[in-house]
Design a protein around this ligand. Structure first.
Ligand code: ADP
Length: 642
């Protein structure tokens, strides 16, 4: 039950947000000289992220009266802010000079281009409307508010924390600097690793992974905890073999040891063990909130094991929709376009957050119980990349990123200013899967690890495609032009309407020239301009190993189908910065730790802003589970604080 006081606090906060937003919209119409149009409604469309965006624009003789987006195939959640804000800004400012919405720039540009077309049809003056500046927004009043728990960042970790703290009876306010929630989580591949007996019972046991388990068990232990976990894995695996079970073996301890070894033993084993012991509970919690996952597990790139859960909804929208449904139903205030600048400290305790609102106004949120930093990583902050990088030749602007524009490391800077220790900052993950034009994961045609190969410009394979992400990316940097082709067949795309992880159909990608399709391997080779004999040999050798199911010449052990069924597809990929493993130091309760090893009272952190979980290399599928597991822990810890 909510106390009256809390309801009032939330009510006030909601009113303030509404007031702030209204102030943000109160742009002085910049029209001095009136434009001239042929009155009427005109329609046009332009290419967005997922296909055509169709708009209709109504003009009077002097004004743009309304702009409506009639049809689009943009990803829900990712493009919402553009679809909502761009039309209203055009009408309010009577201008085509509207800033694109960060994180939804392709959708924004599509709407602007289609409206421009309508202006042309209505005989309007496009250059004048493009040059017309909107008057500066008046600064809204400063805001001071109070909640039990204040959360910085409305990505996966921040929203999981918000829901959990609220479920535990706390009042919550979330601050988000972008015009929309979701962060990197909403544009991620969204795979979630967890041992899951029910789903994995449906996955057949494979021969290759037996060697993986034996290697983990027999490695020289680094600590008593490590030795205990190895003994537990041995016991669990022997029990599994004795049981005659047919499904794939897995357990939280196997997941933990793969995470630890996969990160070169750099990670904190206590954090890892705590995390893998709670991932399945995280799946069940999400399902209790209405989220849906597929019935079987797959192996996402770099996951090393078939324990990745795939949400039914595209990208990370399933997680974010689940959280926002709860947040709306419970009226938890989320203040958009509000950038946290500082954690307010009093007598060594975090007691609030200072932020800047949408109009440059000062926002102060006092926290009665705690502040949670959930601001994500710094893959989009080139200065920070260059400052901390020790392992890649360069991470300057020549290397793109899969991340959204808000991934600028703010929480690491704020955490450090509040006294936090930082761990593992040098470990920055690249993927070999970037779009050659943008670095994004969009257009990536792979579906899972088992069914595709990578070839270089000579049509030759060059790496174990089931290896760690750093291994694959390092190998890609050695290839001509640091560019490769992902090659697969009908097993990955049973029909042209089958979608990739980015909600794009293979037919759309082929039509847009972002993927290639052919009836034979030779014809595919001709399209992508690699020597046909080499590509044919690469595929034939791969297929022989699928039959043999043994380690191949590159060390690959993960297989499912042969590449032998037309149509065949190929798509180009380059290295791209994906995840920053280092960050604020935390303990297993997500309390932030200072440079002398002490807990900073009232300060919590979760998600990519933290360091220590993934070590030197994050396994594919471990980030989303991190946001859920540790977001929940941070929310519960802060809510329980005195
Ligand atoms: P995680 O996966 O750890 O949850 P995400 O990238 O999904 O990380 O989410 C982090 C969120 O934090 C993003 O929505 C980002 O815009 C937001 N954020 C980053 N810096 C700030 C800041 N200074 N103030 C408010 N929000 C921020």
């Amino acid at each position: 039950m909510q106390s009256k006081k809390r309801i009032r606090a939330i009510g006030v906060a909601v009113a303030l947000i509404v007031a702030t937003l209204l102030a943000g919209c109160a742009q002085t119409p910049a029209a001095t000289a009136k434009a001239a149009f042929k009155a009427g409604t005109y329609t046009a469309s332009a290419k967005g992220m997922g296909g055509d965006v169709a708009v209709s624009v109504t003009f009077s003789a002097t004004d743009i009266v309304s702009v409506k987006v009639d049809q689009h195939k943009e990803t829900p959640g990712v493009s919402d802010a553009a679809i909502k804000n761009i039309p209203s800004k055009i009408v309010q400012g009577q201008t085509l000079n509207v800033d694109v919405v960060a994180g939804a720039s392709v959708s924004s540009r599509a709407i602007l281009a289609a409206v421009e077309e309508c202006v042309k049809k209505a005989g309007g003056d496009v250059p004048a409307l493009k040059a017309k500046k909107v008057a500066a927004v008046a600064k809204a009043a400063d805001v001071t508010e109070t909640a039990d728990v204040v959360i910085i960042g409305a990505g996966g970790a921040g929203l999981a924390a918000a829901v959990t703290a609220h479920q535990a009876g706390s009042s919550v306010i979330v601050l988000e600097k972008m015009p929309k929630v979701g962060g990197n989580t909403i544009i991620s591949g969204a795979a979630y690793n967890s041992a899951d007996p029910a789903r994995q019972a449906l996955s057949p046991a494979e021969a290759g992974p037996e060697a993986t388990i034996q290697t983990l068990i027999s490695a020289k232990p680094a600590s008593d905890l490590h030795a205990q976990m190895q003994a537990q894995l041995k016991k669990d695996y022997e029990a599994y073999k004795a049981s005659g079970a047919k499904g794939l073996f897995d357990s939280p301890i196997l997941h933990a040891l793969q995470t630890y070894e996969g990160g070169d033993r750099v990670g904190d084993l206590a954090l890892i063990k705590n995390y893998t012991s709670r991932t399945l509970d995280g799946v069940k919690w999400l399902e209790s909130l209405g989220m849906k996952f597929n019935d079987t597990c797959f192996t996402v790139l770099g996951a090393l094991w078939q324990r990745s859960h795939k949400p039914v909804k595209p990208l990370g929208t399933g997680y974010i929709d689940t959280y926002t449904t709860y947040i709306s139903a419970n009226k938890i205030p989320v203040m958009l376009e509000t950038t946290a600048k500082k954690v307010i400290m009093k007598n060594g305790r975090a007691v609030g957050v200072e932020a800047v609102g949408p109009t440059g106004n000062k926002i102060t949120i006092n926290a009665k119980k705690g502040v949670i930093i959930a601001t994500g990583g710094f893959a989009k902050n080139i200065e920070m990349r260059q400052k901390y990088n020790k392992h890649w030749k360069t991470l300057d602007a020549s290397i793109m990123s899969t991340n959204h524009p808000g991934a600028t490391g703010d929480g690491i800077v704020m955490g450090e200013a509040a006294g936090a220790d930082l761990v593992g900052m040098e470990w920055i993950q690249l993927l070999p899967m970037g779009d050659p034009q943008t670095g994004s994961l969009s257009g990536n045609i792979e579906q899972g690890v088992e069914d595709r190969i990578f070839v270089n410009k000579q049509g030759n394979r060059f790496v174990d495609e089931g290896a760690r992400r750093d291994t694959m990316t390092n190998a890609l940097f050695q290839q001509e032009g640091s560019t490769m082709w992902v090659v697969l067949d009908k097993h990955s795309y049973p029909t042209g309407a089958t979608k990739n992880n980015f909600n794009e159909t293979i037919d759309e990608l082929v039509a847009a020239g972002r993927a290639y399709k052919a009836d034979t391997i030779e014809a595919l080779a001709a399209q992508i301009k690699v020597p046909a004999a080499n590509l044919a040999k690469a595929v034939a050798d791969f297929n022989a190993n699928v039959d043999a199911k043994t380690k191949d010449a590159f060390g690959r052990t993960l297989y499912s189908h042969k590449i032998d069924t037309a149509p065949y597809y190929a798509g180009a990929r380059v290295p791209t910065v994906h995840h920053t493993m280092g960050g604020v130091k935390v303990n297993t309760d997500c309390q932030v730790i200072d440079k002398s090893g002490k807990i900073i009272a009232g300060l919590y952190a979760a998600g990519e802003v933290t360091g220590g979980l993934h070590g030197s290399n994050r396994l594919g599928g471990n980030a989303l589970a991190d946001t859920v597991v540790n977001g929940r822990i941070a929310g519960a810890s802060a809510a329980a604080a005195k």
